[in-house]
Design a protein around this ligand. Structure first.
Ligand code: DGP
Length: 113
């Protein structure tokens, strides 16, 4: 599903420019515009859903396949020595874009959190 008001849907469609490092039929990975680490990528399902609780069975399967691909994508983009995955969920977590996405952070020693 495409939501024209969603910035990530528009990036996926190519309406808003981004630096894409990986794309297939169900996911897109591009550089975060406000990087919080030497490598900061966003892995985004092409299907629009805001939160994990909205993913449903098919969304959960897409996320599982994304998680399977992420190690290769991370390693190929500068995360040779580990990386951190973050999924912000809702306001308390500081989620600002309400299209589910997985932050991939690495390329340096990350601070504890
Ligand atoms: P979150 O706070 O978890 O919702 O993360 C949203 C991230 O999306 C944040 O790190 C900044 C990034 N972001 C916001 N707008 C854009 C954009 O237009 N392009 C790209 N590449 N990243 C964006």
């Amino acid at each position: 599903m495409y939501d024209e008001r969603c910035i990530f849907c528009r990036i996926i469609k190519g309406e808003i420019p981004s630096v894409k490092v990986y794309e297939d039929d169900e996911m897109c990975v591009f550089k975060d515009v406000e990087p919080k680490a030497a490598v900061h990528l966003l892995a985004v399902p092409k299907t629009h859903f805001k939160l994990l609780e909205e993913a449903g069975e098919s969304g959960a399967e897409i996320i599982a396949r994304m998680l399977k691909k992420i190690p290769i994508i991370a390693a190929g983009n500068g995360c040779k020595n580990g990386y951190r995955l973050v999924i912000n969920q809702g306001d308390d977590a500081g989620q600002t874009v309400f299209h589910l996405h997985i932050h991939i952070l690495g390329g340096e020693k990350l601070s504890d959190f």
